[in-house]
Ligand binder design. Structure first.
Ligand code: AMP
Ligand code: GLY
Length: 426
């Protein structure tokens, strides 16, 4: 088996690590990879789609797995499929579920998937007119991909007005050419991940992400400062409801439009008093959520992904239920999510990793033989245990022991899980 993982962050380290466990004898490449993926995969220093396709063809890669959304939105799957190269992920038109919030919202309205009331705008005056009909808080979103930064939760209509003006004024470039204005949904969030062949959707373990920078879920939004899985109180009945009332109708509609969706489908939900409502779709695994979902996924993932990539379908594939809990604490650079320095030396104590403790590299590099910081989110430290408490203690002990200057991290990941479980029970 020859496998290629596209991407170079913590999620792609977790994917490479899972594929290595599933395929101990296989050859795994990561493009571009990072210093962490190097322990399980050979780094390939290419990122542009043409070079990736040429590499996969030359090496006769059996399965390419795409980590991030940008290559999917740019059409990597279309390119590979044109050349009969097996790849796991949605084609560009289907990846609009993530790359165009307007597309996703209108599709949900068409098929009756519960989501926040909304409207889509390209011009200022109609958007401002719609705002006047709403009660704050309201949410203003750039429709296109904005690396998690294009969503502004506005406490007042004045703030919403400014957000609309800024987004249509070009703050997020082309991503903000179209705008979604929607009602604010109160409640706890849940991320449900499916693997799908376009018809069937099989859930992996569900997770919760902590997006805010600071403890107590305060401060600016980030790509995610930590996550845990499974979420206490979330039963298989709720996941089945999401599969039946969200995933399947969306997949059927995309298939009917001639753009069947294959790959990972990430459904971001709010558990409102009126039941689960969809916040967003992503066409990939979450980061850092992949760093808890994949270590808990039992059974081989390479096989169903290969079957889907070849067009054979999932048939009756079903992973065994997860055993235990996982919790990841992200170690970020001082300054993140704004500007941060690079090149600071990192010390990871010898022997810190075990079956219960994984260190996933995100923004790291090797300079003159030394591991250094290279990105905003630097490392993800995943603890695994029989309880969420045990997983959290393992993660935090290791997060404290790994050092670099001005390391930022949250000591409270997963600590609201008890109250969440009570509040979110359907
Ligand atoms: P999105 O990229 O659409 O998932 O938005 C990023 C984050 O903003 C979500 O994970 C939520 O925390 C928050 N958010 C987005 N839309 C809403 C909404 N309608 N109501 C409440 N929170 C929201
Ligand atoms: N952690 C949020 C995401 O991957 O979209």
């Amino acid at each position: 088996m020859k496998l290629l993982v596209v991407g170079g962050g913590g999620r792609e380290h977790a994917i490479s690590d899972k594929l290595r466990r599933d395929s101990p004898e296989g050859t795994i490449f990561a493009a571009p990879g990072n210093p962490g993926t190097e322990s399980v995969a050979a780094s390939v220093p290419v990122e542009d789609l043409e070079s990736l396709a040429a590499f996969a063809a030359d090496e006769r890669v059996d399965l390419t797995v795409v980590g991030p959304e940008v290559p999917l939105a740019d059409g990597i799957v279309d390119l590979f499929e044109d050349r009969d190269l097996p790849i796991f992920g949605p084609v560009r038109a289907a990846a609009q579920l993530e790359s165009s919030k307007a597309f996703a919202k209108e599709l949900m309205r068409d098929v009756g998937v519960p989501t926040a009331d909304f409207d889509v705008f390209t011009d200022l005056e109609p958007a401002l007119g719609y705002l006047r009909e709403l009660e704050p808080p309201v949410v203003v979103k750039a429709s296109g991909l904005a690396a998690g930064k294009g969503v502004i939760i506005c406490e007042s209509l004045e703030e919403a007005r400014r957000a609309v003006e800024e987004i249509l004024g070009g703050r997020f470039g082309e991503a903000g050419r179209e705008l979604v204005v929607e009602e604010f949904l109160p409640g706890e969030e849940l991320s449900v991940f499916f693997i799908t062949d376009g018809e069937r959707a099989v859930p992996l373990v569900s997770a919760r992400d902590h997006k805010r920078l600071l403890e107590g879920d305060r401060g600016p939004n980030t790509g995610g400062m930590g996550a845990f899985a499974p979420v206490p109180g979330i039963g298989s009945d709720l996941v089945e409801t999401v599969r039946r009332t969200v995933a399947i109708p969306v997949l059927e509609e995309l298939a009917a439009r001639g753009i069947p969706y294959r790959g990972f489908l990430y459904v971001g939900l709010v558990l409102t008093p009126d039941g689960p409502k969809v916040l967003e779709f992503n066409c990939r695994l979450g980061d850092p959520e992949a760093q808890v979902v994949l270590p808990l996924t039992r059974g081989n993932l390479a096989e169903p992904m290969t079957a889907v990539a070849r067009g054979d379908g999932l048939s009756d594939w079903q992973p065994p239920p997860p055993a235990g809990f996982a919790l990841v604490t992200v170690l970020a650079s001082g300054g993140y999510p704004e500007a941060y320095p690079r090149g600071l030396p990192i010390t990871v104590p010898d022997g810190i990793e075990s079956e219960w403790l994984r260190v996933y590299h995100a923004g790291t590099a090797i300079r003159h033989g030394q591991l250094v910081t290279e990105g905003g989110r630097v490392l993800g430290v995943t603890g695994i245990g029989d309880s969420l408490t045990e997983a959290g203690e393992r993660s935090r002990a290791a997060a404290a022991a790994i050092e670099f200057e001005n390391k930022q991290w949250r000591r409270d990941i997963g600590q609201d899980a008890g109250t969440v479980a009570t509040r979110s029970s359907p």
